[in-house]
Design a protein around this ligand. Structure first.
Ligand code: ADP
Ligand code: MG
Length: 217
């Protein structure tokens, strides 16, 4: 279900990604007419009559773009790994919403010793694919527990021994008496493009992609 060939739909999530995307869109001559934090509208028009923004949950961005309901989207590498990337062309690292994926444990827990003696660890995370891959590569035995929010609570409440979560300043970990024991990977947000859109709407999309590329810091 591709939007008509003469217009562009961009999928964005509210908050950090929306805020950090605004300057990149501006460089491409695109300015949203409303702030999704204030308006409750889910479809936002822009200064360009042929460009609109749809506001979706961060983890839904790849799905909208995969099925062509949006031509372009901006999503974290974390989200793209979990989605799998099917049907998506990923031309640009936008270097926004930068953080890292890491393993964290309660301050008193000797993670390295547990790993050395081959203990089976319970790990709570929203990022099942990333966690599975990481621990498999390291040869650590884990039972993964899928959560949808506030991973930091899991070890404190006795649900898990460790968590895999995104960290930037480390403030939330510290406030909950958790320590980072392994960095899994650096995370930032990527531009994603529907593969069919890129072929069918290249004259419309390529200049937008190029101008965004030129504005990446
Ligand atoms: P959710 O929809 O689950 O609330 P968030 O708004 O927390 O998602 O995060 C959206 C995206 O922002 C994530 O997919 C990630 O790429 C990025 N992100 C998450 N936490 C941070 C952080 N602490 N610092 C920078 N970027 C982050
Ligand atoms: Mg959020």
């Amino acid at each position: 279900m591709n939007s008509i060939a003469t217009s562009i739909t961009i999928a964005l999530s509210k908050g950090r990604i929306f805020e950090e995307t605004l300057p990149l869109l501006a460089a491409a001559g695109i300015v949203p007419n409303e702030n999704p934090e204030k308006s409750r509208r889910l479809i936002i028009e822009t200064n360009r009559p042929d460009v609109r923004v749809v506001i979706v949950r961060a983890s839904d961005v790849p799905t909208y773009v995969q099925y062509g309901a949006a031509d372009l989207g901006i999503a974290g590498k974390d989200v793209l790994i979990e989605h799998g990337g099917t049907g998506l062309y990923q031309p640009l690292d936008l270097k926004i919403a930068q953080c890292r994926m890491c393993v964290a444990v309660p301050a008193g827990f000797d993670y390295a010793a547990a790993v050395r003696r081959g203990a089976r660890l319970r790990v709570a995370t929203k990022y099942i694919q990333t966690a599975r891959e990481h621990f498999a590569t390291k040869g650590v035995h884990v039972d993964l527990i899928k959560l949808y929010g506030s991973m930091e609570l899991a070890p404190l409440a006795g649900l898990a021994d460790a968590i895999v979560d995104l960290v930037s300043s480390g403030g939330t970990l510290k406030a909950n008496n958790l320590v980072e024991v392994e960095e899994i990977m650096a995370i930032s947000s990527r531009l994603v493009v529907n593969q069919a859109s890129l072929k069918m709407k290249r004259t419309l999309l390529q200049p937008v992609v190029d101008r965004i590329a030129g504005a990446v810091q």
